[in-house]
Design a protein. Structure first.
Lengths: 235, 235
DNA sequence: CGAGGCGTTGAATGGCCTCAACGATGGTGG
DNA sequence: CCACCATCGTTGAGGCCATTCAACGCCTCG
């Protein structure tokens, strides 16, 4: 909970917002400077440590968030208390779209890796989206992207053997990346993404390491053998 | 592929569109008569038999659809050729939202039960949505609803034992219903919704019947013992 | 230095899958 | 009209894979 940047600075490209993913990914790219001046709310920027909770399911959604760096998990709890991770949010992803509709947050958003986010009021986006066609389109694209992700988690990460699921998750973590390196999450979290137990996850990862599909780089950081992982993923 | 109704009739409440779910569920409720007159494209209405395919994944999406009655499955195929059903569309649901973004359809939409749909051009919705705030909000709500459904399929229908999954699917099929009666789908389709095999699905249903949780009404139509199914669903 | 969290591994169980067979149903063509 | 076939739901037997319960080593942190 650190920095506090005014929208004026955001627009002029000063401060940290010059590199803000919001600008690169054009969520606000269609706004004029006049639009920005209508807004008096500050945009806050946060640095979060693993384990921190950005918001909880059922909380009144007053804010949207953009992930600058790091990773968060979106968690839903089952009646029996066990958890299921339904999505990840990483750099450039937007969190809390439901707040635009004045709905409570649908998930618990928990930080997995050191993370920076920008926070801005939902009602600002709601108001601007209603009159700015470009933002309107961008918002729909964001929802569509989340929906595609959700479908992919079902078909790729919740289908097939444990070996296949783990391999597909690993491949997914390095997509749109130049490098084949990858920070893994805790085994329990990976299990909750894949619908398998912690032990099975651990056994599968360990087996991949023995087979050379994964090479240890440092603590929980690995080099991936992408071609062979693809073979495993499709069986 | 039967009826063909002009938008003029749609607006005036004539013909079949008087009961059109679009009007009840206010996707178009915010439009003025002037808005309607801007549109020259006809709205077509279709009657579809089980097995019919409304659109395929990758098709250029020129149309959106609203389901009037019946049910369709949204299917995605895995690299190995097996299928996974990621969502159902039933009365009042809108299909093909991705077409508004000029993206190809993401799923194959296949009819499960005798179904009626209305079809309207995506570019009309795109144009009206950009200038009509109420439609704009309604569209976002539709995406959010689809997203919630997708998350629920992951947490409820792809988690836990086969008994739990089948019970949760049955309960889900009678939600927002006055009656406890329910038409089931083929065992293979149910398996593809739950991530289990046809045989396991059949065995589970048969066991539920023996335990009185399901009572045969007619061919594949059942009466549900909701309280006890809830018990099974949560274990 | 002890405690707790996490990853790993072992052993045993059980639930689901695979392969197979069979009856019922419904549509088709002789 | 009926034999035929295809489809679908059901059931059985056997095997495998993931779960469950348990133990152990390593690390960080108080």
């Amino acid at each position: 909970m650190v920095k506090n940047v005014t929208l004026r600075e955001a627009w002029s490209g000063e401060a940290d917002c010059r590199n803000c993913s919001l600008r690169h990914t054009v969520l606000f790219a269609g706004l004029t400077e006049a639009d920005f001046e209508k807004i008096h709310d500050p945009i806050d920027q946060f640095s979060l440590k693993p384990g921190a909770c950005l918001y909880r399911a059922g909380d009144r959604g007053e804010y949207l968030f953009t992930v600058r760096t790091g990773a968060l998990k979106l968690v839903q709890y089952l009646p029996d208390g066990s958890q299921r991770i339904v999505r990840l949010a990483r750099a450039t992803d937007v969190l809390g779209l439901e707040a635009i509709l004045e709905a409570p947050y649908q998930h618990e958003a928990v930080v997995l890796q050191p993370t920076e986010v920008c926070r801005f009021p939902a009602r600002v986006v709601k108001a601007l989206g209603a009159e700015n066609p470009r933002l309107h389109t961008e918002l729909m694209s964001r929802w569509q992207r989340a929906l595609s992700e959700a479908d992919a988690w079902l078909t790729e990460l919740s289908t097939g053997s444990a070996r296949q699921r783990v391999a597909r998750l690993l491949l997914r973590l390095v997509r749109d990346r130049e490098s084949c390196e990858c920070d893994l999450f805790g085994r329990e979290d990976m299990g909750a993404m894949l619908g398998i137990t912690t032990e099975t996850t651990s056994r599968t990862i360990a087996e991949f390491k023995r087979q050379g599909l994964l090479v240890d780089l440092s603590a929980n950081r690995f080099l991936l053998d992408i071609p062979n992982l693809h073979r495993v993923a499709e069986d």
